[in-house]
Design a protein around this ligand. Sequence first.
Ligand code: IYR
Length: 228
Amino acid sequence: MEKDDQFSFIPYRGIHYPKAEMLQRSREFYQFMNKRRTVREFSDKPIPEEIIENILLTASTAPSGAHKQPWTFCVVTDPALKKAIREAAEKEEYENYHGRMSEEWIEDLKPFGTDWKKPFLETAPYLIVIFKKAYDLVNGEKRKNYYVSESVGLAAGFLLTAIHYAGLIALTHTPSPMNFLQEILKRPENERPFLLIPVGYPADEAEVPNIERKVLERFVVYYRGEKK
Ligand code: IYR
């Protein structure tokens, strides 16, 4: 490695578990994550802000290109803003469901029972709107960011994991196009909307689609080399 003297390094203290414990932890974590579901029916029950803060801190532990952390998380609880976001999203979605999406796309969405109406944008106590920073602005000067979508996608994954771990639900929502988020939330020109994530508790009568995940063999290819 090429370590520049200008920059310091600190020892990495790994976390060590006995093999049996690793096996158990990995199995249990999979079983836990396998219970995560995207839920579209929210309760309006409030969530303590500190829980949201911890979830956001977890998201910020994601790796990012050159550690630029090219993301902004907008946390929306203002009812007026939620209403504005709902109205703008529904306007776009109405167009999507009435001609803008292909027949194949509409067909692919049938198992999920979605339509242009997005009441959860007002019901959910929190809307987390993730923006990706195409570049940074430092005193008005442009600074490059790297692998922006990959980095912000990873942070979003960490966020969803933390939401699930806290016992809350989320919906990964992608209204399209979603430039309206930039306008409503008055974000600077270097930020682009990435995902809109309502967070909350499920409604009492919430249902989710009866769908299954691919089995390992259908999404993993091993390259094990010669047997020794
Ligand atoms: N953005 C639309 C349509 C939609 C698209 C996909 I791909 C989904 O997985 C779900 C919905 C909507 O939010 O309804």
